[in-house]
Ligand binder design. Sequence first.
Ligand code: AMP
Ligand code: MG
Length: 340
Amino acid sequence: MDGLPGRATLALEILVKGPVVTEQRIKRIAEFIRPFRVPPGTKVTLEDDYDPAFKAGVEGKQDGKQLLTEGIELLAEYQARLAAQDTHGVLVVLQALDAAGKDGTIRHVMSGVNPQGVRVERFKVPSAVDLSHDFLRRYQQRLPSRGEIGIFNRSHYEDVLVVRVHPETLARERLPEHAVDGHFWKRRFREINDWERYLSDNGFRVVKLFLNLSREEQRTRFLRRIDLPDHHWKLSPHDAEERRYWDDYQTAFSQMLSHTSTEFAPWYVIPADRKWFARISAGAVIANTLIELDPQYPVVGPDAARALQTTKRQLEAEAPDGAAADPFQERLAAGDRGKV
Ligand code: AMP
Ligand code: MG
């Protein structure tokens, strides 16, 4: 069956196990994520423009669960096609303040996909070796390959966020004096945009998610981490210290969104005060990216197709007495594709 063109294979899948990818689902996803997209070229003020508690008319967790399940199914289907086509890669960038739910979002959203096709990379404080190179190098080294979905849990955007909020971290980058002038941040935004354009031109789609948490919800989540002993490991004194820079981070995030949401690599601001809603939304954005790429199962050429038929005849001739020539054909006729 894998020799069939993508659409035909898909049509068969729908026939056999019910629709995974339907026009209606595709449209619903595109509409659902529209309010989250930061229009390229617009100036964003996080506080005024995006509500961390927004839930887009989805009433509660139960409705949400259904949407998440659908999203996960879609992701699994498209990820299989992305890997089979082996032409495009997808880079999902996740940024947020502490306790906004980056880890949980990755765990839930990716729960249905084949782990072989996904690479999760987490970025901490740069090492001495990292600091001996240009700032983009360590991110460049951990990009997804063609056919893969890469997730950056924190990313090159830390270099216009934490580094901007704490100028002493910039000093550690040992840039030449002339590089750190009044246009420094603008230039850094441009360098990031240039890099992402380069990736996009070369077949790697970049999609960026900012999990937008409110100050009060962060306070509650920090307290939860203190009140539950098995969560103690999740909260460091450093997290509480960073919280004191809340306003500086909001400004840095707003600037980042305003300067680096582009047609080829847009930002999506995901309302993160409700974990379930953040997960559905993140899943929907990633699914939408894959839908736009529309990867297809490869179609083998006529020679390879003929070779498959020759092999088929040889295998059929090997059938032991009493066995069907092609036992699988019977199962397929009964609607069983033999997929677990
Ligand atoms: P976590 O993800 O909570 O384990 O924390 C990782 C820490 O590394 C955070 O405090 C980040 O701000 C910090 N970090 C990540 N990337 C950079 C960077 N490029 N420069 C400085 N600090 C960074
Ligand atoms: Mg942390």
